[in-house]
Design a protein around this ligand. Sequence first.
Ligand SMILES: C[S@@+](CC[C@H](N)C(=O)[O-])C[C@H]1O[C@@H](n2cnc3c(N)ncnc32)[C@H](O)[C@@H]1O
Length: 199
Amino acid sequence: MNSEFWNNYYQEQSTIWTQPDEVFAAEVAELTSGNALELGAGEGADCLFLAKSGWQVTAIDFSQKAIDRINQQADLQQLTITTDVADILNYQSTQQYDLVYMVFIHLPLAERKQMLANAVNALAPGGTLLFIGIASSDMDCGQDVSHLFSPAKDIAALLLEVTPDLHIDKQDHINRTIPMPDKTSFKAETIIVKANKLP
Ligand SMILES: C[S@@+](CC[C@H](N)C(=O)[O-])C[C@H]1O[C@@H](n2cnc3c(N)ncnc32)[C@H](O)[C@@H]1O
């Protein structure tokens, strides 16, 4: 799915996600605030939440529409978020971050590996990498999208393939029901991978 797909997706509907993901919120509550980089920030519910919690956040997405929404919300809520319209597969950070995270970014294996390598490169020694996604999907979209999803152990293994300079702190699965803003919900086996870059 390219940036045109995502621009159309955001163009066609008003704001969808206004609340941070609850698993994300619980995971970052355990961390000391610092600077953070979000790869594939979408409409920004998570980075806005983080900025409100005292973090200095940089949010990257290749959809201009998504970044426009984050900027609008940051202005409305009087928060400072650095945003950039950029491809997370080519993204070479010039800064190092205490936290680099991705929430619901599902990519084919080669791209997933590239994204994780870029995420690790942007991580400061001692920093935390957080990946939250879904393990599998029963989405009825008329296509086989099973290659986009993977269990936590595969993400953790991929991270260690990218660099051995990581300690995997968590690789969990949670069965949960995710509430949708329109009051519906869907069941998703959520994966959490949390790693620390060795000092
Ligand atoms: C399913 S949405 C998740 C958004 C957000 N993380 C959340 O949880 O609400 C996926 C997002 O990743 C972005 N994205 C996908 N591939 C990307 C790429 N190669 N570079 C930058 N952004 C990308 C899309 O534009 C979209 O906003």
